[in-house]
Design a protein around this ligand. Structure first.
Ligand SMILES: *Cc1c(COP(=O)(O)O)cnc(C)c1O
Length: 224
């Protein structure tokens, strides 16, 4: 058994029913993905469009790819045109959402996305604050989307050893998603809560995550 297969086995053994695992393969070569594929993994996450495209070409067609990185507006058309992204997890602004919607309508497809919620301590310009996200749904801004299905929320906790802080971040993300569901009972298929990475996914699951994104614990260090 390869180390990748072993790591996948170990992680899967800890996942409760209903929690899906994204194997985050960014910066790892296609051979590493193939090892995971041979061990039964079909869902992978990538954070750069060019790298994703190259890997799509090289690897089996029944892989489901999630895009999890910051998506630059000038890369949207090409990403949509690949027609192979199962879920864009990292929609971090309304502007990007509108652009994805326009390009998806143009390509004649429906894109599935998560809205990225910013709950971590670190300063970043990426992601909706909880208030912004609540505002977006209060305005029913999603009703004007033609070719995009918002399937839920993605969040990252603070990068810290302070487990209380990490748990508070996960709780805030879960609470925000629950508030949105209460606010918009007509919202369909708003089911996914993507949170938790190699070092914190067990806690994310305790706080309600049903999709976890694990890279290092499967493939080892990315070496950057
Ligand atoms: C890289 C990355 C991950 C995986 O992180 P690991 O610590 O390697 O498990 C998860 N989510 C996002 C958004 C990432 O960019």
């Amino acid at each position: 058994m390869t180390s990748v297969a072993k790591a996948l086995d170990d992680i899967r053994a800890t996942l409760p029913e209903g929690v899906e695992l994204v194997a985050v393969s960014k910066f790892h070569p296609a051979e590493a993905i193939r090892e995971a594929y041979d061990a039964g993994q079909r869902l992978f996450g990538e954070s750069r469009t060019q790298e994703l495209e190259a890997k799509m070409k090289e690897l089996p067609a029944d892989i489901r790819w999630h895009f999890i990185g910051h998506l630059q507006t000038n890369k949207v058309r090409r990403l949509i045109e690949t027609r192979q992204v199962a879920l864009i997890e990292s929609v971090d602004s309304e502007r990007l959402l509108r652009l994805i919607d326009d390009e998806s309508a143009r390509a004649g497809i429906v894109s599935r996305v998560l809205l990225q919620l910013h709950v971590a301590a670190e300063e970043t310009k990426f992601g909706f604050s909880p208030d912004e996200l609540i505002d977006f749904f209060s305005r029913k801004a999603y009703e004007s989307l033609r070719a995009t299905h918002i399937c839920g929320v993605m969040a990252m906790a603070s990068n810290t050893d302070d487990t209380d802080r990490v748990r508070a971040d996960f709780r805030l993300a879960a609470d925000t998603k629950a508030r949105i569901s209460a606010l918009c009972p007509d919202l369909r298929g708003f089911d996914i809560l993507s949170m938790g990475m190699s070092h914190d996914y067990p806690m994310a699951i305790e706080e309600g995550a049903n999709l976890v994104r694990v890279g290092t614990a499967i493939f080892g260090d990315r070496g950057y």
